[in-house]
Structure formats: structure tokens, C-alpha cells
Design a protein around this ligand. Sequence first.
Ligand SMILES: Nc1ncnc2c1ncn2[C@@H]1O[C@H](COP(=O)(O)OP(=O)(O)O)[C@@H](O)[C@H]1O
Ligand SMILES: [Mg+2]
Length: 337
Amino acid sequence: METEHQKKVKKLFDSKFVIALIKKYAPDFALKNNLSNLTITPIKKNIGLKSHHVVIRYDSDSIKDKPIFCSSNSKENRENAYKALEFVNKNGFKNTDIFLPKPILFEKELNAFFYQGIDGENLLYYISKNTDLTNYIEQTANWIAVLHSTPTKGAEKLNQENSRIKTVVPGPEKFLKKIEKNFPSHFKSVKQNFDALVKWEEQNLKNLENICLIHGDFHPENVIINKTDGKISAIDFTDICLADYTRDIGNFLQQFKFMSLGRREKEETEKYQTLFLEKYLKIRSIKKTKEIEKRINAYIAWTALRSAIYFLVKSHPEPENATQVLKECKTIIEQNI
Ligand SMILES: Nc1ncnc2c1ncn2[C@@H]1O[C@H](COP(=O)(O)OP(=O)(O)O)[C@@H](O)[C@H]1O
Ligand SMILES: [Mg+2]
């Protein structure tokens, strides 16, 4: 028997329902694009009795290589993502030919966010293939540099709790309890490292001259490469907020390395990491100082710790992966912070 919740979520896979939704909430978009033959491709389809996480793609002849995507998750607020993408479209990426996804609508009852994206694979897919990544890495550095240059006036309210490690959700009161219960041997280390990073960051934010609009979850699976012209764009706008730009840089460097393990040689990975960082700093005319390196390292440590927490609290935990990233986090903190 299907629950009411399941019935509701499954409507997102019904083209008639989706067309009606777009006509109702985004009438201009519906007028401009012929949506009569909408085809549906599920990308993520986890529908539980009471919870869900779905990503769906909708194609039609009229929208060609700019398909519609829907992202809906019972645990994460998608209205944030909608508002953030609206803000960036209004205020950023001026006078560039870089593609930025377009927000279409947000539907409250299903917590469903619709946007127009690009047809392509993510950067992790290309890391797995034996292709040269130089061009994609350079474009990725450019994309995030342009995001970081967005004027921040009016962005204060976007995802406030995500702006500092101290208040990121799910917070320590949740994850520490779970780790203490299920993986007691990791408890002390997670707590100590978390406390050290919070302390470091609170001081860092006090000293910081400028805060930026950051992506907040900038990793290779959230970078998409257009199948037709090879141009990249980022997706997944749930965590956009005002913060230190080095947080996105540390996040990308750590996740790029982690996702390259077993897929690329160590030297090659390091070459791409250096390329990403150098290109980014050059575009933004930032001189690499010891102080900047320290901030990047701190956020590499934070990304490693965040991954460790994720591996330990997810519904099918991956303690071996957690041990590995926890060690990475610890080493950086001992040497840098
Ligand atoms: N615009 C898009 N173009 C191509 N692939 C996409 C697009 N949006 C999502 N995807 C695919 O779906 C995956 C998950 O989407 P995402 O919006 O990041 O949701 P979440 O990470 O919350 O599950 C992406 O990693 C990517 O592979
Ligand atoms: Mg994602």
C-alpha cells in the first residue's frame, strides 16, 4: 500500500501534473516554451514511507540542451535554493557568457524546487574517465570566482545558519549524540576537532575584511559540464550563504582529492589542485599569502570533518571512510591551527 506521502511525491513523475504546476507558478516560462511533450528521467528516486529525496529531469523539444530539473527533499528546505538562485541571477554573473541555471518555481507543499539547467555529466564522471581535466578545472575556478564577485547587498538573509561552522545544521547536539552511541571510539576526536575549528573560525570571521557569497557545497558532483559545448556550470544551491570565500576553495580541493582517490594518480591530482587554486587567485587578483593558505587549510579540515560526520551518521554508515577523512582533518589541525 502506498502512503499519502508516497502518492504525493510520485506526482512529480507525472508530466501532466508538472506541466500544470509550471503553468500555474511560472506562466511566462510556460508561454515561452512548448512543454506538451515532456519526458521524464529520474536521477535520484528515494521515496520512503514518510521521507524522500528526488532529483528529476524533464526534457522537451523546445528546451533542447537546457532541460528542467526538479529537486525535492523532505529533510532539506528547497525554498532556500530557489531564493538563492534568484538572488544570484539578479545580482551576479553580469557581462559574462558563463551559464547560470535559471530558477523556475518553488512549490511549498512538496518542497519542490524547479530550475532550468544544462544537459551534461558532472565533474566526478570526468574524473573517473581517462580524460584531461585542465580545461574543466580552469572553468570551474572561473565559475566560482565569478560567484564570489557577486555584490552581497541583500544576501544577508540567505541561509544564515550556514554562514558559520558553529551553526551549520545538523548541529553538534545531533551528530555528537549519534556518534557517541554508534561509534564511541570516534566521539572524542570528532568533538575535539569540531571545537577547534569553531574556535578558529569565530576568530577568523572577526578578522576578515570581506565576506562573500559562497556556494557552500562546492564539490565535483555539483559541477556540470555541458554535453554540447563543454562549458561548465554549478548546481545545488541549497547552501549558498555569506562566508569566507576560502571555504568554497578548501571544500573543492578536499573533495576533488577524495573523489580522485583510486581514480587518478596522486601527482596528477595535485597538479589539478594547484591549477585550480592558482587560476582562481589570478582571476580575483588575490596574492597567495601564508594567512590565506592557513584559511584554505582550515576549511579543507572542516570539509574532511564534515565528510567524516556524514559517513558516521548516514543510514548506511561508512566507518572506514570516516576514519580516513578524520585522520586528514586531525593532521591539518595539528599542523596549522
Ligand atoms: N542541471 C543539471 N544537469 C545535469 N545533471 C544534473 C543537473 N542537476 C542535477 N544533476 C545530477 O543530479 C545529481 C544530484 O543533483 P543535486 O541538485 O546536486 O541534488 P543533491 O545533491 O541534493 O542530491 C547531480 O550530482 C547531477 O549528477
Ligand atoms: Mg549535489
